[in-house]
Ligand binder design. Structure first.
Ligand SMILES: [Zn+2]
Ligand SMILES: [Zn+2]
Ligand SMILES: [Zn+2]
Length: 150
């Protein structure tokens, strides 16, 4: 049972399957999928399984009966960890799907070209990390922030 609800901007996914509580920093779908295997969640099979995801807010089990082959999509989707919706809205590249959007944006040409206001707006919508993280990363990579351009 998870009772803590620490807000940590570096933690992207907390597995709540059966109250697991394992944290994944910068997790992508593949990493998380491997972890879910430990809980017996597989990508195939028609056995009806109950979703054991425990809502960290109220401690209630999801309890949704699903075929095993749909379970991964259910857990990784909007209902729980929300890993699938992180596709880049700018370039809509499949490569960005399921990976962390903020990492992708460090090199996404469409994002880099936006003015800072627009970057911040998108950032707050898609990433839990502070926008400063992006600026720091770009600085270490030698990318000039759009605010400093003339
Ligand atoms: Zn877990
Ligand atoms: Zn569920
Ligand atoms: Zn992109």
């Amino acid at each position: 049972m998870i009772t803590e609800s620490i807000v940590d901007p570096d933690v992207d996914v907390i597995c709540c399957w059966g109250g697991c509580g394992e944290r994944f920093v910068d997790a992508d779908k593949v990493t998380y999928q491997k972890h879910l295997l430990l809980h017996g969640v597989r990508t195939f099979g028609q056995t009806i399984t109950i979703c054991k995801w425990i809502d960290p807010e109220n401690g209630e089990e999801c309890g949704k009966p699903l075929q095993m082959q749909s379970m991964l999509k259910h857990v990784c989707g909007r209902t729980h960890v929300n890993l699938l919706s992180k596709m880049c809205p700018l370039c809509k590249r499949d490569q960005a799907r399921g990976s962390n959007i903020h990492r992708h944006w460090l090199s996404c040409i469409f994002f880099i070209e936006l003015d800072e206001e627009e970057q911040k707006r998108l950032w707050s919508e898609y990433s839990k990390k502070p926008f400063d993280w992006y600026l720091e990363q770009q600085e270490t990579r030698g990318v000039i922030p759009s605010s400093s351009r003339t």
